[in-house]
Write a protein of this length. Structure first.
Length: 213
């Protein structure tokens, strides 16, 4: 099987991994590791029902699925060399994402379907939905401390026709935050991209104050 055959599923998986995942290699100990980390309560259904089956579809049943009830963390992990290398072939460098200045891979910019899928994966992991003061509907937020990711995210949303806020500094660690707040753009996001993470989907409210269908 050629793992790298561009598809909407793989584009979404790239967004998910860039958001909540990491690829690691310890040269001295010859240890490879892939880890996805989420919130035990908020992300459990997303990890169990959507993410794990998607990973296993493309990379086999090579993943451990564990809960940490003390820290309220959920993890999907693999230490198989082949799995880590195959995932990295999607365009995600092995190593620290910030130091590697990771971005949306160029192959995803081939068409809008791939871009929409990748943005959905990014928002479902490193994004959030919540209103601002005085609004009953949800703004769609995305945060990142990676300059190249912020730049490629803005490029992608611009290609897809979304008007967003400007990036604004969120914390002292260099993280930036951007949001979709115009009513027409929020409806456009719901219609064209939507969510696969049930936590976001259940919290999301359109400007009409009705939940997304």
């Amino acid at each position: 099987m050629n793992v790298f055959e561009p598809s909407e599923e793989l584009a979404e998986l790239v967004g998910i991994i860039i958001g909540d995942g990491s690829l690691y290699f310890n040269k001295k100990q010859d240890i490879y590791q892939f880890v996805m980390t989420g919130h035990l309560l908020n992300d459990r259904r997303y990890f169990e029902d959507f993410l794990l089956p998607l990973l296993e579809k493309y990379f086999g049943k090579n993943f451990n699925f564990k809960f940490d009830k003390v820290s309220k963390v959920i993890r999907i992990r693999s230490q198989k060399r082949e799995t880590v290398k195959n995932i990295s072939e999607l365009g995600i460098p092995i190593g620290n994402k910030v130091r590697n200045n990771v971005k949306i891979p160029s192959w995803i910019f081939a068409n809008k379907k791939l871009l929409r899928a990748c943005i959905r994966g990014l928002i479902d992991t490193d994004g959030s939905v919540s209103p601002i003061t005085g609004r009953s509907y949800s703004y769609i937020w995305f945060s990142s401390q990676i300059p190249a990711l912020r730049e490629s995210f803005s490029k992608a949303t611009n290609i897809l026709g979304f008007k967003t806020s400007k990036w604004r500094k969120e914390t002292d660690n260099g993280s930036g935050q951007i949001y979709i707040g115009a009513k027409s753009m929020i409806r456009k996001y719901a219609n064209e991209i939507n969510f696969n993470n049930p936590y976001h989907k259940n919290r999301f409210r359109l400007p009409s104050s009705s939940p997304v269908k």
